[in-house]
Design a protein around this ligand. Structure first.
Ligand code: TXA
Ligand code: MG
Length: 314
């Protein structure tokens, strides 16, 4: 099944079943349409990156249905709690320290120890999260490098059959993406301008909101500020013959004896789903001082894997 479906309660329930079954559902929010999967299903989250054709793993926004859920996933300080009270549900997203050390959400968080959370102001989005019973990870529902969709038709034009179901809730009211505010530092930093303005945030917080390069007219594009996950061990990539002190992370059928294999069958989506959890595990393994990874084909979601391991290698 794929295609556009009216966002009535029956179809929202079907969409929730798809989410729980590891599928992808595009759904309306007040800003733009999102391409959603369960935050706890790393295979489905890998499928999001594959469907978007993103050449890198960005952290995805975890969408919650009620503001009170924030504390379950993020270490919300008084600033976050106050802003959530004032602007949620609404077009404001927080970057906060993660509270859960659950490796199943590593890919959603792009391997970082921060989590990006928002409570959207749209009845369909919130009903879907409730029906699914899990927060929904969702970037905008478009192919990478194209503009964010504000109608179900635009989602279909961009992603077509790559998404299991598109819930049609009509055009998005706000039409631009949410404001992203980094609250992991003592000084709040605006990462993306959006539905809630910098002035509104400053007035609410009663303190200046910084823009990463200090130029208020030129917000840093999201992603530029991204801190990248890096293992503490020395990490070599494109390795076919690991040394004795290297924990080897294999890929594909050529390594029957490898301790870890991202995908024995050579499936890149499976490899993407396992990447952060495996790297984390390898980094913690007390029996090896170093780690190494097999070559990963540079195609499809392999591009994002290679981008990430290149940054992590040294
Ligand atoms: O309005 C929205 O925010 C929509 C709807 C669906 O909620 N979502 C959306 O997600 O626009 P996305 O993934 O297309 O854009 C979020 C941007 C990405 O460029 C991501 O890299 C950045 O926010 N981002 C997320 N977490 C971040 C973090 N911890 N640090 C820096 N940038 C981050
Ligand atoms: Mg986007």
């Amino acid at each position: 099944m794929s295609g556009i479906f009216k966002a009535d309660m029956d179809n929202i329930k079907r969409a929730g079943t798809i989410i729980n079954g590891g599928g992808l559902v595009a759904f309306p929010t007040e800003t733009v349409y999102g391409l959603g999967a369960s935050v706890y299903d790393r295979h489905a989250v890998a499928a999001i990156f594959e469907a978007k054709g993103r050449p890198a793993f960005n952290p995805l926004i975890s969408h919650i249905s009620i503001p009170e859920m924030l504390g379950e996933y993020a270490a919300a300080d008084s600033r976050a709690e106050y802003l959530a009270k004032k602007f949620w549900p609404g077009p404001l997203t927080f970057v906060l320290p993660r509270v859960e050390d659950d490796p199943s959400i590593d890919l959603v968080c792009a391997g970082l120890n921060t989590i990006t959370v928002r409570c959207p102001d749209h009845p369909v989005a919130r009903a879907l999260i409730n029906v699914a019973g899990v927060p929904i990870a969702a970037p905008s529902a478009n192919r990478s490098q194209t503009i964010s969709p504000t109608t179900a038709e635009a989602v279909f034009e961009s992603l077509g059959e790559r998404v299991d179901m598109i819930l049609d809730g009509g055009p998005c009211e706000v039409g631009v993406e949410s404001t992203i505010l980094d609250l992991t530092t003592p000084k709040p930093v605006l990462l993306r301008a959006g539905g809630v303005t910098r002035e509104q945030l400053e007035e609410a917080l009663n303190e200046p909101v910084y823009i990463s390069d200090g130029n208020p007219d030129k917000p840093t594009s999201p992603g530029q500020l991204l801190k990248h996950y890096a293992p503490s061990k020395k990490f070599r990539i494109n390795v076919t013959e690991p040394a004795a002190d290297e924990l080897f992370i294999a890929f594909g059928a050529g390594y029957p004896d490898a301790l870890m294999n991202l995908s024995p069958s050579g499936n890149l989506r499976e490899a993407a789903a396992n990447l952060f959890a495996f790297m984390r595990e390898a980094d913690k393994n007390p029996h090896y001082a170093k780690m190494a990874m097999a070559p990963i084909p540079n195609e499809g979601v392999g591009l994002a894997i290679n981008d990430r391991i290149r940054r992590a290698s040294r």
